[in-house]
Design a protein around this ligand. Structure first.
Ligand code: PMP
Length: 419
């Protein structure tokens, strides 16, 4: 672009931005929440379960069964790639199970560890970026140092991961959203999963926090497959390395789903030992109504197709508008995932915060820039997370069109300042 062309673009963007602000929008793209229509898909759960007896004859209304109903564990075993006997079905939040896994690791000796994590001088986790802000918030909460690792199209940069974990015994964990990742939509390649399972770690109690939140959240008929981390860890002599998490938050009801923790038999025994001090048993009534409603793998897949019918047009809308408004300008690039809940938008270095601020001033709320990185600090100030599921299509179209105006304005101003 010549200087004149750039100046003309900036003038146009400034005029478009003024018009945008005058519209007085009030739109929210901040969090990956299911839309009310998606939640309506679970209306069939109302009135269930039809019985208070579990398959083993126990009364689900009463205390007990800390590991959770066998039938709900069997229903999700295949999708989460954890044998039902090694799954724990808990309350409504997998994030709570991740939180507890960290607290338990701090306060009780993990299988393979010589002491509790609180007794270590420093605990470090690797954080592939861009990543999920609540993982990073958990680390901050417990004083765990975070080291960024770049996320490639195949998952974390494994050359970096292998080098760091091999030499540094303070590194006890890595956060992974291995399928349709939050926010990039990346699914880890088979080779990445194999390297994670087989790599040498200086810490004997190193754990992979495998947050498979989007295991069944395909948006097209092309289903991305993920290698089986737990089986590979066992195969490579690292059976206790994987902590697997998942939930039905974006399958049934985000506030009333069922969450899962899965791992090796030794880790599950350790986890349940800790959990037994916290609870007498989970909400098995909710677990059974999920089983009656979703029935089996086919029922679950059919239900997820109904979600995809509502969600996929939103992903297409974002891609269509960004292509129309920003395609070929060199001012932005974005992911086009075929599953999950998020799209990540990359703007020129040093522009993300300003784009989000400009959008906010125009009534379009976005996840804060930097949230995709530990300590809320994206060193390149480049990545913006788009969460398209909650607004309806009309609102989404307005919000993304407005966002594109903000990108054009901030990016052309930046380029002019450098010209
Ligand atoms: N993990 C990831 C990667 C997520 O994106 C989310 C929700 N945004 C969660 C966990 C939260 O899961 P839950 O509702 O089971 O606590």
């Amino acid at each position: 672009m010549t200087l004149d062309e750039l100046t003309a673009q900036r003038e146009q963007a400034a005029a478009d931005y003024d018009a945008l602000v005058r519209r007085g929008l009030k739109l929210d793209l901040t969090r990956g929440k299911p839309s009310p229509r998606q939640l309506d898909l679970a209306d069939g759960m109302n009135g269930l379960p039809s019985t208070h007896l579990a398959a083993d004859g126990t009364d689900i209304r009463n205390y007990g069964n800390l590991q959770g109903l066998a039938e709900v564990r069997e229903l999700f075993a295949e999708q989460l790639q954890v044998p039902a006997a090694q799954l724990v079905a808990g309350g409504n939040s997998s994030l709570a199970m991740m939180h507890d896994s960290i607290v338990f690791s701090l306060l009780s000796v993990l299988p393979g560890a010589s002491r509790r994590w609180v007794e270590e001088d420093e605990i470090v986790f690797l954080c592939p970026v861009p990543g999920y802000d609540r993982h990073f918030a958990l680390c901050e909460r417990f004083g765990i140092t975070m080291i960024q690792v770049p996320l490639t199209g195949d998952g974390p940069d494994m050359d970096v991961v292998e080098r760091l974990v091999a030499e540094d015994p303070r590194i006890k964990g890595i956060w992974c959203v291995p399928k349709y990742s939050n926010p990039s939509g990346v699914t880890y390649s088979d080779e990445t999963v194999r390297r994670l399972a087989s790599m040498s770690t200086a810490a004997p109690d190193f754990r992979i926090f495998w947050d498979n939140a989007y295991a069944v959240h395909h948006l097209t008929d092309t289903h991305t497959e993920l290698a089986d981390l737990l089986a590979l860890c066992e195969e490579h002599g690292n059976a206790d390395r994987a902590f697997v998490y998942g939930s039905t938050s974006k399958v049934s009801l985000a506030g009333s789903g069922v969450a899962f923790f899965g791992s090796s038999p030794a880790n599950v025994a350790w986890y349940l030992g800790n959990l037994s001090k916290q609870s007498i048993g989970p909400d098995k009534v909710n677990q059974l109504r999920h089983v009656e409603f979703l029935r089996d793998a086919e029922g679950l897949a059919a239900h997820m197709r109904r979600h995809a019918e509502l969600v996929w047009p939103k992903f297409e809308t974002v891609d269509r508008i960004l292509t129309k408004e920003l395609g070929g300008t060199g001012l932005a690039s974005w992911s086009a995932p075929t599953g999950g809940y998020f799209i990540s938008l990359d703007v020129p270095e040093g522009c993300a915060r300003e784009v989000v601020a400009k959008a906010k001033a125009a009534g379009i709320a976005l996840t804060p820039a930097g949230a995709t990185h530990p300590y809320g600090d994206d060193p390149a100030d480049r990545t913006i997370r788009i969460a398209p599921t909650y607004p309806d299509l009309g609102e989404l179209e307005e919000a993304i069109t407005g966002l594109a105006v903000c990108v054009r304005l901030v990016a052309t101003e930046k380029l002019l300042s450098q010209a």
